[in-house]
Ligand binder design. Structure first.
Ligand SMILES: Nc1nc2c(c(=O)[nH]1)N[C@H]1C(S)=C(S)[C@@H](COP(=O)(O)O)O[C@H]1N2
Ligand SMILES: [Mo]
Length: 448
């Protein structure tokens, strides 16, 4: 075992080949030597074949799907930004370790036994809750997507961004969230008349904060301590976060410590400087608040960077979601948008949640463009890039040239399948005079 321990990557692979008893003991030793988990992490010392059982569990060593960091961690560890590997997703739930992350400051490391949530301001009874207090209150579990408002924008994209669904659209994830409805806490505190907004503050380095209209707070906002059957992950705001279903990610304040009830938006640093939107259709005026995310869908398989081995039958599958509620319909085109077919939707379809769609496809080996478009329960349909540009009153090249990333960019995402079976992002194909590849640095919307 000595050699194994000295080699650069001890890895499971090597010691799994050894005898069962020895391997079990060695694993405990190696892991504690590396300062990771101790021997107690092994539920039993047995290793049968290539399987073993640990107290928390790990996926198969053959699985490669992982979230992707935007920045070089060595050079710039914080704030962290990472993207969900949508191309590897199945079903509708994003595994918690692969939830996207959009941080603005150094994250806190919070001991839940000392954590407090304070509700104050325009209330009859200012309250301070411990985590235990919160868990005694009526709880709910709901499946909701979370999307950064800058997801999918093109203007800082590089060629690399364009050709992977993770790089292009990975700022959206979907979890089952558990917590207390914010309305329950506000009722306990007693909201005074005239109060119309809330101002919420996180515990991270820069005290990230954001304003939230009272009507949304009373509707479906959660104070969440659970994510996918366990505690909210540290990256998602452990031990407590706001969850504003269907709304732009920034409303969902992580590491939540304080909510002040007020009668106007607070114009906090993060909402004014980072998330304001200079609107071309408002002649250069900025829109400080946008709320709901519009309907969006994207084919995740086959998608950019993947390769079809040859002609034959495939399943086209992807995700659709809308801040407007339930996804009613997803249509798929395999002929560049000339004809559309209804895809099957995975049941149950949750409101304001990723919705899986599927359609069988027989690829004849010729060049093809595949794309999806969705319609939500209010009848709002995902636009083409041309429709979206017309609505905003800009040319289609605006989305490449503008330096603004704080817009909700939801046009149809076309993928071009070449005769070789390679798949490329075709969104620029319809833009007159667009460069074949984008010259962005790939940094991808660092402010959001
Ligand atoms: N405390 C705190 N909350 C925050 C942020 C942050 O930096 N600090 N980022 C916001 C933004 S811009 C987004 S898109 C979502 C992302 O949530 P996630 O990192 O759990 O995916 O959290 C929001 N809440
Ligand atoms: Mo964000």
């Amino acid at each position: 075992m000595e050699a194994d321990m000295k080699s650069k990557k001890p890895g499971r692979r090597q010691f799994l080949k050894k005898g069962a008893v020895l391997a079990g003991a060695a694993m405990g030793a190696m892991q504690s030597a590396k300062g990771q988990t101790g021997a107690s992490d092994l539920i039993d010392g047995r290793i049968e074949g290539t399987k073993y059982v640990t107290a928390y569990g790990e996926r198969s060593r053959f699985e490669q799907a992982r979230s992707q960091r935007i920045h070089d961690y060595e050079k710039e560890p914080f704030p962290a930004k990472k993207l969900t590997p949508l191309q590897d997703s199945v079903g509708i739930i994003t595994p918690s370790p692969m939830h996207f992350v959009a941080d603005h400051y150094v994250p806190p490391d919070i001991d839940p036994s000392t954590h407090r949530l304070m509700i104050h301001g325009m209330v009859d009874r200012p309250l301070i809750f411990t985590m235990e207090d919160l868990k005694r209150l009526p709880s709910v579990s709901r499946v909701y997507f979370m999307e950064c408002l800058a997801n999918s924008s093109l203007n800082r994209a590089s060629r690399k961004d364009m050709d992977s669904v993770q790089r292009a659209h990975g700022r959206t994830s979907c979890s089952e969230w558990t917590g207390v409805p914010l309305s329950v806490l506000l009722q306990q505190a007693g909201v005074q008349s005239g109060a119309s907004w809330l101002y919420s503050e996180g515990s991270d380095g820069g005290r990230y904060s954001y304003s939230l209209p009272m009507a949304k707070a009373m509707d479906d906002v959660l104070v969440a301590y659970g994510q996918n059957g366990e505690a909210v992950r540290p990256e998602q705001g452990y031990p407590l976060r706001l969850l504003a279903p269907g709304w732009e990610g920034p409303f969902s304040v992580k590491w939540l410590r304080r909510i002040k009830v007020v009668n106007q938006p607070q114009y906090a640093k993060t909402e004014v400087t980072l998330h304001g939107y200079l609107r071309p259709d408002l002649k250069g005026k900025a829109l400080w608040f946008q709320f709901e995310m519009p309907p969006k869908s994207v084919i995740t398989r086959p998608s950019g960077g993947q390769k079809l081995p040859g002609p034959g039958s495939y399943e086209i599958t992807g995700l659709a979601w809308s801040g407007g509620g339930v996804i009613r319909r997803v249509e798929v085109s395999t002929d560049g948008g000339r004809t559309w077919q209804d895809a099957a939707l995975q049941e149950p379809v949750h409101s304001k949640a990723h919705t899986r769609f599927r359609l069988g496809w027989n690829w004849d080996g010729e060049e093809a463009v595949i794309q999806s478009r969705c319609t939500d329960e209010r009848g709002e349909r995902q636009p083409s890039l041309e429709e979206m540009s017309r609505r905003v009153g800009v040319g289609m090249d605006y989305w490449i040239k503008t330096s603004v990333t704080a817009f909700q960019f939801n046009p149809i995402q076309p993928w071009r399948v070449t005769r070789e079976g390679e798949i490329h992002n075709a969104i620029l194909d319809s833009v007159p005079g667009a460069p074949a590849s984008l010259g962005g640095d790939g940094s991808g919307h660092t402010d959001h």
